[in-house]
Design a protein around this ligand. Structure first.
Ligand SMILES: NC(=O)c1ccc[n+]([C@@H]2O[C@H](COP(=O)([O-])OP(=O)(O)OC[C@H]3O[C@@H](n4cnc5c(N)ncnc54)[C@H](O)[C@@H]3O)[C@@H](O)[C@H]2O)c1
Length: 437
């Protein structure tokens, strides 16, 4: 039997190549070839198995559709030097200072809020996954800016519970300013799962760790005016219905509010939701109209001006970043302590939600005229129908609650705010161009 087998083994699989002549040298060479072939075969199988394992693992599976998950694989944290940096960044310098974990710290609002907290002597630790929803080099430049003022941004994802737990082990944060999210409405056509990943799963992961922390932090987090969806009653008030979302982004923000309320109710977490309305300013977001209009006007490219049905004007309640930063700090300062501890509720906890707009919606055509004046270039405009993929016709905030309870008084008009934005834009991008040449 074994003889038969060895005979069969010697028959080559490719007909016509079999040589009858068998000198010892040829015989050895054949054996050597066959063991080489076996080695190659098994290496091939082994490599194949590794590849199958790699492609079937959940994080790499979702890689092409969900760039934000990439950071789950690549971050690097831990070790005594890292813990020392975390501790030092989160340590308050002023006597009554608070210690805040700012998620989304390399983002537009996160950078400004982190810098302002640090300036007044609070301890701040940033967390961001630096995803490439928009140019990550802008996030890196914001990181460098914060680094100079003593704020360390940990590179990681809010879905990484082990990392979050570690951060709470190292620092007893009194507050969390939660700004990490998948923003923008149109990106949902391309990458819907990124909204679920950051705005729902990420929020739950963060709240889970916060509810088990001892002491539990108070949480202030960014919701959005988009929860008002297709409402036509204006101005929007916190009591208005929020059950007609016009985008996946809005739906996940709305779900986020429900989730936050649940954690408040079950675990005694103190939660304050801030509904932002089109925040703009220096270091802003390249996916927002005021930003890419500036870029395209300077390049001589035409910009899309959306028009609602019956030539209806599209308008936004533009809010300047400095006004938002002030009220974010006021929300942190007025947040009551969470009442639970170690995952158990001990009594009712504070639950708030505020509109943070500017109370004066501006038609997008006015935005363009201001930019034309500031840039000294005439815009080429292309009038288009408002697409049915998430944008609403207008946003308009009633801010009396925030005015009363947080002392919110937005004081920057669009002309003044855009002047500051344009000054920043020109200086930032002339620096980027110089560095590239
Ligand atoms: N800017 C506005 O006009 C506006 C309006 C309404 C609501 N908001 C909300 O305010 C918050 C801040 O917005 P922004 O304009 O600064 O946006 P941004 O995109 O500039 O900042 C968000 C940051 O979060 C990070 N991030 C995203 N998912 C993450 C994850 N899973 N783990 C870790 N980091 C993650 C991103 O890398 C980014 O740096 C968001 O919740 C946004 O939805 C903003």
């Amino acid at each position: 039997m074994s003889k038969q087998m060895s005979h069969l083994d010697n028959i080559p699989s490719t007909p016509g190549k079999f040589k009858m002549e068998k000198s010892p040298f040829v015989h050895n060479r054949l054996r050597w070839h066959s063991s080489l072939a076996k080695l190659a075969f098994w290496s091939f199988i082994f490599l194949g198995l590794i590849l199958i394992f790699f492609f079937r693992s959940p994080s790499s599976n979702s890689l092409p559709q969900d760039p934000s998950r990439r950071s789950l694989r690549t971050y690097n944290w831990g070790g005594p030097a890292w813990e020392k940096r975390v501790r030092s960044s989160a340590r308050a310098r002023s006597r009554n200072g608070i210690s805040v974990l700012v998620t989304g710290a390399a983002g537009f609002v996160g950078t400004h809020v982190s810098a302002a907290l640090k300036r007044r002597g609070d301890g701040v630790l940033g967390l961001d996954n630096f995803n490439d929803y928009y140019d990550p080099s802008l996030k890196r430049a914001r990181q460098a800016l914060l680094e100079r003022s003593g704020v360390f941004i940990v590179e990681g994802d809010i879905n990484d519970s082990a990392l979050l737990k570690k951060l709470f082990e190292v620092v007893a944060f009194s507050h969390v300013m939660h700004l990490a999210a998948q923003a923008g409405v149109r990106y949902a056509m391309e990458n819907p799962s990124s909204y679920v990943h950051s705005n729902i799963a990420g929020l739950v992961s963060l709240l889970e760790v916060c509810k088990s922390a001892n002491p539990q932090p108070a949480i202030v987090w960014a919701s959005s005016s988009s929860v008002y969806g297709l409402n036509t009653k204006v101005p929007f008030s916190e009591k208005d219905r929020t059950d007609q979302p016009a985008s996946l982004y809005a739906a996940t923000k709305k779900a986020g509010e429900e989730i936050a309320h649940t954690y408040n109710h079950i675990y005694g977490l103190s939660l304050t939701g801030l509904r932002f309305f089109t925040v703009y300013g220096p270091w802003g977001r390249p996916d927002m109209a005021y930003f890419f209009f500036t870029r395209d006007i300077l390049k001589g490219k035409s910009i899309p001006i959306f028009e609602a049905a019956n030539h209806g004007t599209v308008a936004r309640d533009f809010t300047y970043i400095d006004d938002i930063v002030k009220v974010c700090l006021a929300a942190l300062d007025t947040a009551e302590k969470s009442t639970g501890s170690g995952g158990k509720k001990k009594g009712p906890a504070q639950l708030r939600v505020y509109n943070l707009g500017n109370t004066s919606p501006v038609p997008v055509s006015d935005l363009v005229s201001i930019l034309e004046r500031l840039l000294k270039v005439n815009a080429k405009m292309e009038i288009m129908k408002l697409p049915r993929n998430g944008d609403v016709q207008f946003t308009h905030a009633n801010i009396s609650l925030a005015r009363r309870e947080l002392g919110y008084k937005p004081s920057t008009d669009l002309q003044t705010g855009l002047k500051k934005f344009v000054r920043w834009y020109l200086s930032y991008y002339s620096g980027v161009e110089k560095a590239a040449s």
